[in-house]
Ligand binder design. Sequence first.
Ligand SMILES: Cc1cc2nc3c(=O)[nH]c(=O)nc-3n(C[C@H](O)[C@H](O)[C@H](O)COP(=O)(O)O)c2cc1C
Length: 206
Amino acid sequence: MKKLLTLIIGLMSALTMTQAETTPNNPLAGKKVLIAYYSRAGQNYVSGDIVNLSVGNTAALAKKIHAITGGDFFEIRTVKSYPTDYHEATEVAQKELREKARPELVGDLPDVSSYDVVILGYPNWWGTMPMAVYSFIEKSGNLAGKTILPFCTHEGSGMGNSVRDLKKLCPAATVLPGLPIKGTRMYKNDPTVDTEVARWLQSCKK
Ligand SMILES: Cc1cc2nc3c(=O)[nH]c(=O)nc-3n(C[C@H](O)[C@H](O)[C@H](O)COP(=O)(O)O)c2cc1C
C-alpha cells in the first residue's frame, strides 16, 4: 500500500512538472529567455503631474512579463546616473541622443549567446530607446541570431521609432512587434495590463 502511494505521488508530481513546463500561460516555454530592461526611478511625468516613482514603470512591467515567462532577469544600469529631476533628466537624455552617446554600463553583461529570446524593455525617451539600451545591444553583439520581443512604457508616444531603430541596429535578429504600455497605467496599477501582456506574449509564440 505504501509503495502504491509512493508510486501515485511520484506519477502526480511528474505530471505537475510537465504541466508547469508547458503551461499555456507561458507561450515561450521551452525557449531560453533573457529579460533585459532599462528603467529610471525618480521623478517622472504621470497624467500631467510630476510624481516620484520609487520603482520605474518599465521595471514594474518587466516583473509582470517575467512572472509569465520566467527566464533570466537583467537590469541595464548606467555608471553615471541620470538626474532625479524630470526636466533635467529629459535634457541630459536629449543631449545624449543628439550626440549618439553610448553611456557606460554597470557590471558584467549577460552572455546573450546562450539565449533564444531576448525580451527587451525600456522607457520611450525622445521617441526611441535610451542610449544605455543602445550600449547594451552593441556590447551584446547586436543580438545577432536572437528573437527580440521589445516592450516599452511611455507617456503618449507608444513605441515611437524604437522598433524601427532596433531593426536597424540588429539586422541579424528577428524583431517582433512591440508592447507599448502607458506609464500612467503602471503607476496606477491598472489590472488590464496583465491581460495585454499575456495577449502580446501569446502573439509572439512561434
Ligand atoms: C528623458 C525622458 C524622455 C521621455 N521622452 C518621452 C517621449 O518622447 N515620449 C513619451 O511618450 N514619453 C516620454 N517620456 C516618459 C517616459 O517614457 C515614461 O514616463 C515611462 O513610463 C518612464 O519609464 P521608467 O519609469 O521605466 O523610466 C520621457 C521620460 C523621460 C525621463
